[in-house]
Design a protein around this ligand. Structure first.
Ligand code: S3P
Length: 427
């Protein structure tokens, strides 16, 4: 689908972003391992999370919904899962594939998991390797690194593992596998990645120990069925927060948005760039803080981003690059080589597409340097990457002339209501 975006005279209003994608995946997977029926509300009904639900159903889990974000999942503990009749399809979703590898590693049966063109090029050895050390058998293309992957699990032993990259998906897969061992599994992170898994484990009655960068999970614990209302997705809200900051006539209020500090690095950076933001935490739901963020037209200046901040905003770098492309001065993004193995190689695709709109970007092996200026409309391509597509749409809102985004349908992978929310803010 080609989407045409025109510069809009203003951006004004309030909205609630859809349910958090990371937390939706976790809620569905944890519920599928619980002893009983769990109830989830504000579940993200988007491509990636629907892939998770389909895989769980193929593993014999009973799912009612989702209907208007509500979901009931009936499960009988990890023993209730059954060998799937066919290949499991994780679609575009890295979270689905990596989490399910952690789950399947503990199952005595044989399964095969694959995904779309983008997911089949993303590295899985980072999960498969430690799971093999725990005793699982995992085969795949390129020496067991690329999907399709076949798994035969069962009888896992605990490990102590130092994660080579800060990845919440790998951390979570190992914690889920560790839950099914006899003993203590210890995972150490180089810098903190998002901690939704740890928060949800505790919420479901699973005992873990968190010390700085080290997480210990005690094996053979059961997951209690739970009720959860998922907060809004900060990564979805991010598109409109940045749009409001860079638009000359804008004021946007985002309600019911998740404010987990391992996710909100973008707020820190925007504030550093001079953004006019107001953040109010209103409560905590299932261990996750949420609240309101207000953003308005700001004069942004360039900044330097790197180190421990990167995992806290890794998914926001596409839209942050748009902000940097129109900020005053230069912005340097380092320590972000992980961008290369996201839904697209985001260092390359961001540079290629934003350059078409007049942005000045130099790529680095682990990031990019952007020189602020102005943007003009162009015909750009999403490369099938949902966050790139929405970042380009934000660029189109302030660019001179018309922007056409090719392959814009991929927005529905994480934010099917993006265009409706955008329309409401421009009316
Ligand atoms: C996610 C973790 C991050 C993030 C992805 C979702 C999660 O990936 O980029 O969109 O839900 O745990 P990594 O674990 O590869 O860093």
């Amino acid at each position: 689908m080609d989407l045409t975006i025109k510069r809009t005279p203003f951006l004004r209003g309030e909205f609630s972003p859809p349910g958090d994608k990371s937390i939706s995946h976790r809620a569905a997977i944890f519920a599928a391992l619980a002893d009983g029926t769990s109830e989830i509300s504000n579940f993200l009904e988007a491509g990636d999370c629907l892939s998770t639900l389909r895989c769980l159903q193929a593993l014999g889990v009973e799912i009612e919904g989702p209907r208007e974000g509500k979901l009931k999942i009936r499960a009988q503990g990890p023993e209730g899962l059954k060998e799937p009749e066919d290949v499991l399809d994780a679609g575009n979703s890295g979270t689905t594939m990596r989490f399910l590898l952690g789950v399947l590693a503990a199952q005595p049966f044989y399964s095969v998991i694959t995904g779309d063109h983008s997911l089949r090029r993303r590295p899985m050895a980072r999960v498969a390797e430690p799971l093999r050390q725990m005793g699982a058998h995992i085969w795949g293309r390129e020496g067991g690194n690329l999907a399709p992957l076949s798994i035969k699990g069962g009888n896992l032993r605990p490990i102590e593992y130092n994660l080579p990259v800060a990845s919440a998906q790998v951390k979570s897969a190992l914690l889920l596998a560790g839950l099914h061992t006899e003993g203590e599994t210890v995972v150490r992170e180089p810098v903190p990645a998002r901690d939704h898994t740890e928060r949800m484990l505790e919420y479901c009655g699973v005992k873990i120990k968190k010390e700085d960068l080290e997480i210990t999970i005690y094996g053979r614990q059961r997951i209690q069925p739970f009720k959860i209302c998922i907060p809004g997705d900060f990564s979805a809200a991010a598109f409109f927060l940045v749009a409001a900051c860079i638009h000359p006539r804008a004021e946007v209020v985002v309600r019911n948005v998740g404010l987990n500090p391992t996710r909100t690095g973008l707020l820190t950076v925007l504030q550093e760039m001079g953004a006019e933001l107001e953040v109010i935490q209103e409560g905590v739901s299932a261990g996750e803080p949420y609240g309101v963020v207000r953003a308005r037209s700001s004069s942004l200046k360039g900044t330097k981003i790197g180190g421990a901040l990167i995992p806290r905003l890794i998914d926001e770098i596409p839209v942050l690059a748009v902000a940097a492309a129109v900020a005053q001065g230069s912005t340097v993004i380092r320590d972000a080589a992980e961008l290369k193995v996201k839904e697209s190689d985001r260092i390359t695709t961001l540079a290629v597409e934003l350059r078409k709109m007049g942005a000045k970007i130099e790529t680095l092996p682990d990031g990019m340097v952007l020189e602020g200026g102005s943007l003009k409309g162009a015909v750009v391509d999403s490369h099938g990457d949902h966050r790139l597509a929405m970042a380009l749409a934000v660029a189109g809102l302030i660019a001179e002339g018309e922007t056409v985004i090719r392959g814009a349908e991929c927005m529905s992978i994480s934010y099917p209501g993006f265009l409706a929310d955008l329309e409401a803010l421009t009316k």
